[in-house]
Structures are given as structure tokens and as C-alpha cells.
Design a protein. Sequence first.
Length: 83
Amino acid sequence: MYGWMMDDAGAWWLLWLLVPLLLITIVVVLVVTLTRRGPSGGAGPVQSPISPARAILDERYARGEIDREEYAQRREDLGRSAG
């Protein structure tokens, strides 16, 4: 008359077991989802990291050690060697 839980008092242990397990599962899923997105929250395109050689080339160009033509040529050379 009162439902399946009132008919059998032994069924309460199942409820006390399932509710915490459900809450733990939700927390784990949220933590995994949020940590995989990274600091940007998953928005925008994913950019590949700049290679160390490219970073050095960029620094040399920024300091004025090489001119625009040499920078463009070396950058093209680095692009060909990476692919």
C-alpha cells in the first residue's frame, strides 16, 4: 500500500548505498570533465605548441638579429622539416 520500500524494511540499505555512490560518480565525472578542458574552458581552436627552434627564431627576429626575409625563409624551412 505504501510502496515497495515500506513493504520490506531491508530495502533501505540499498538506498543508503546507492545515493552516496551516485553522488560520488557525479563528482568524479565533473572533475574529470573540467580538468580535461584546461584553463580556457575548451573554447576556441586548439593551437599546437611552438617548437623550441621556432621560439628561438621568433626571439632573434624580435631582437633585430635577422631581417624579415631571413626570418620568412627560416620559418618556411622549419615548417618543411616539421611536416
